[in-house]
Design a protein around this ligand. Sequence first.
Ligand SMILES: Nc1ncnc2c1ncn2[C@@H]1O[C@H](COP(=O)(O)OP(=O)(O)OP(=O)(O)O)[C@@H](O)[C@H]1O
Ligand SMILES: [Mg+2]
Length: 265
Amino acid sequence: MATQAGANRGEGAVYEVHQIAKSYNGRYALAPTSIEISPGEKIAIVGPSGSGKTTLLHILSGVTKPDSGDVKLNGSSLSDLGPGRKLSKLVGVIHQQYDLVPQLSVLHNVLAGRLGQWSTLRSLVSLVWPQERDAAIQALERVGIAEKSGERTSHLSGGEQQRVAIARLLLQDPEIIVADEPVSSLDPARADDLMGMLAGIADDSGKTLIAGMHSMELARTYFDRIIGLRNGESQFDLPIDWLTEVMLEELYELEGLQDETIDRQ
Ligand SMILES: Nc1ncnc2c1ncn2[C@@H]1O[C@H](COP(=O)(O)OP(=O)(O)OP(=O)(O)O)[C@@H](O)[C@H]1O
Ligand SMILES: [Mg+2]
């Protein structure tokens, strides 16, 4: 069952994903999958561990190349776009294990959001004399940790580091945000707060948000479309209000689930 959801399909789609697939060791991490995504949609990707969420998100953000199939981003083939400045203007990524540089200050990590737009020289100069410091401080204010700007990032808690990753995204200002379990390491109240912040950033400027999620409650609160993956296959693709408990039970049912491998990522 793979029902298409969302309005305004076809013309003006940010993503046209045609039959992408990825295998590891002869087994599908993602079976051939087609998706179309309209600007401004907020899509939660859900499914059991090992079901292919990260694989799909990595393909959408250009981190991983699919074995077959095609991803078009604003009408251009993803393989023609990246990696580079053009891609970083379009897609911002928050990884499952957020990839901040722990030895650098919070401010420098936030400024890394601009790296895709700066020349190499400017990037190097910024290591010594931070460029666009005001913009970075503003972003840190928005996520509520401006007072931490001078701290070494490794000294921050997991939740604070998630905020730094969001501040970096604010500076990058991409059209599309791809986030892989952006709040999974946080307690429920902070997870809700940060997810609301991320959804708000998307809403404010019409950005498209695509996120791997484990919390169904947060998915229902902040997203308008949901895609369920199981054993690398799309089980459903629906407006979130159409989702039923039976669909969820079938998605997460242990029986029939391929063995989890220990070493993921
Ligand atoms: N680089 C890799 N090498 C080998 N196998 C991989 C690799 N990346 C992913 N896989 C396998 O592909 C499958 C899908 O993995 P993926 O990380 O996409 O799952 P996931 O849904 O994100 O899981 P989780 O919820 O635990 O993050 C798993 O069986 C995983 O072991
Ligand atoms: Mg994952």
